[in-house]
Design a protein around this ligand. Structure first.
Ligand code: KG4
Ligand code: ZN
Length: 329
């Protein structure tokens, strides 16, 4: 079994994954609520909360899976990219466990982890495919080759899609995280009532930009004033959400076309978005492209995806990883 640990942002996560990397026996996520009153993740608060929760989360992952440390053959951990202080807690826990048990350690890239969630969702999935990773920290398109190597096709030039949703939600006085809050507020709203811009519409650009959208919401809010914003909230939220979804769906489908991909994978927290999932389901079935979108619990940060990615990541044997460090980028 693989014991996987993930602490790159504000979720303390541990999971037990089968050696094939295609099935998780447990997937424990402790979401830190300490950040909600700040409207964003506070790095120092995140590290401290990880430290308090890490041991309990690992114990629960083992017991949920019905295994003990004796069954663990490898320890996998997210080493980059992320908040450095947060990553360090997971890396130290993984190193400690692996060292004490004389196990190998697998250092995993968080973004490769997000993409690998697709292997848990579809055990028969094999590359090549095109992958969109859209989270609070990243928005990028990759061509995933037969050897599972990820080649960057395009990325955001400013904010990540999740960040744009989080900031938009904050401007609208909605909660954090903003993605789900905007979706809830958008229910029953007309996405066409307020036209929000979709940047870089040109056919051949596979990059994203969300800063213009953010500015345009700011102007709308100023124009309308607080009372009207409250009345128009559903329409504003729906329009804003639709603009983010439109950019993501359009570029992903264009990338699939350019790469002649038979399948696309959507990953990262924003892939939990209902409007995006519906839109892609329709478009992909029309075009005869396979679509793999993991369930929301595997889209937002979790350790099962890190275990899945570990299967195809070189391991470091005992005790060579003692000098291993986390990296923010
Ligand atoms: O992948 P993730 O859990 O953490 C990062 O690595 O960033 O992604 C978090 C992001 C947040 O910006 C959050 O607002 C967004 O994913 N998100 C959503 C939904 N659930 C989470 N965005 C849109 N719709 C959702 N249902
Ligand atoms: Zn993530």
């Amino acid at each position: 079994m693989i014991l996987a640990i993930e602490t790159s942002c504000d979720d303390t996560c541990a999971a037990v994954v089968e050696p094939s990397g295609r099935r998780a026996l447990s997937n424990v996520v402790h979401t830190q609520t300490e950040h909600s009153r700040y409207g964003g993740v506070v790095p120092e608060v995140a590290s401290r909360a990880h430290l308090e929760r890490m041991d309990g989360v690992i114990e629960k992952a083992l017991s949920d899976a019905g295994v003990t440390l004796d069954d663990v053959e490898r320890v996998a951990v997210t080493v980059r990219p992320g908040l450095i202080g947060a990553l360090l807690v997971g890396v130290a826990a993984a190193k400690g466990l692996a060292y004490a048990r004389r196990l190998p350690l697998v250092p995993v890239n968080h973004l490769e982890g997000h993409v690998a969630a697709a292997y848990l969702e579809d055990p028969d999935l094999e590359p090549p495919f095109v992958a969109l990773v859209a989270s609070g920290g990243h928005t990028a398109l990759y061509a995933v080759g037969k050897d599972r190597a990820m080649r960057l096709l395009g990325e955001t030039l400013d904010d990540a899609a999740g960040e744009a949703l989080d900031k938009g939600a904050r401007m609208l006085g909605l909660g954090f995280p903003g993605g789900p809050a905007i979706s809830r507020a958008a229910e029953g709203g007309d996405p066409g009532r307020y036209g929000f811009p979709v940047a870089l519409r040109e056919k051949n650009s596979l990059d994203f930009s969300f800063s213009g959208l953010k500015t345009s919401l700011l102007y709308r809010i100023r124009e309308l004033g607080p009372e009207r914003v409250r009345e128009e909230l559903a329409h504003l939220a729906a329009g804003y959400e639709a603009a983010v979804v439109e950019a993501l769906a359009r570029k992903l489908l264009r990338a699939a076309e350019l790469q002649r991909a038979g399948a696309v994978v959507v990953a990262g927290g924003v892939a939990a978005n209902g409007r995006l999932r519906r839109r892609l389901r329709e478009e992909c079935s029309e075009r005869g492209i396979g679509l793999v979108v993991p369930p929301p619990a595997l889209c937002t940060d979790n350790a099962a995806m890190i275990g899945a990615a570990a299967v195809h990541t070189p391991e470091i044997s005992w005790p060579g990883y003692l000098a291993l460090n986390a990296r923010s980028v």
